[in-house]
Design a binder for this molecule. Sequence first.
Ligand code: OOG
Ligand code: MG
Length: 244
Amino acid sequence: MNHLAERLDKATLSRTAIPRLTEEGPLDLAAAYRVQRGVIARREARGEKVIGVKMGFTSRAKMIQMGVDDVIWGLLTDAMLIESRLDAGTLIHPRVEPEIAFLLERPVRSPADVSAAVGAVAVGYEVLDSRYENFSFTLADVIADNASASGFGLGPWQRPRDVANVGLSLEIDGRVAAAGSSAAILGDPLRSVAAAARLAQAAGIELEAGSIVLAGAATAAVPLPPGAHVRVTGQGLGHAEVTT
Ligand code: OOG
Ligand code: MG
């Protein structure tokens, strides 16, 4: 598995897309998650810290866009957190999508812990950058590639509230590029945190207090060009913005 993680890590560092891992041979989902852990271990060896998780394919819009049909997760590190500027020119083929984020103020070991653990919610965005040629992959490939994670940004944290039906829009240079409702995320993005808790339980790990959970996009992702201003709005939650 180590050589596969190495290949993905090199693709990230050299900003060069690679063929899918599954073109070479079979990769089951458990093995794909082992590759993902190897990718994260390499980031940690460079001093990055895991600060949360991102859920993938929690909406039909994303499943249809990418041609896969199962909820997955990837890990977020501190180096992925974008303040207000991102040099999109240094990425392979970046895309951006609106997200709902949760901040855990208590550890989560199982889905039963979820509602009491959420300390804050925010609107945010995720920047995806698949390490695979043509942004095309199977489920195992994208799991190995840490669910295409590249970066993310957050609007202001808000007190916990019902986010089951929040209008979301993503504007690029003032034009709406994607719009939807958080209801598209498993009917309620909080369910995505429960799904994260299930995956954590299955993996025998704990989501620590202070962790961020990105619930998954409610809409398809859109290409993120250089020289753009992106503004994501969540009804009642404010904005998150980034300039590339
Ligand atoms: C994989 C990541 C999916 C989401 O929010 O559903 C994801 C991809 O689309 O490349 O982040
Ligand atoms: Mg996402």
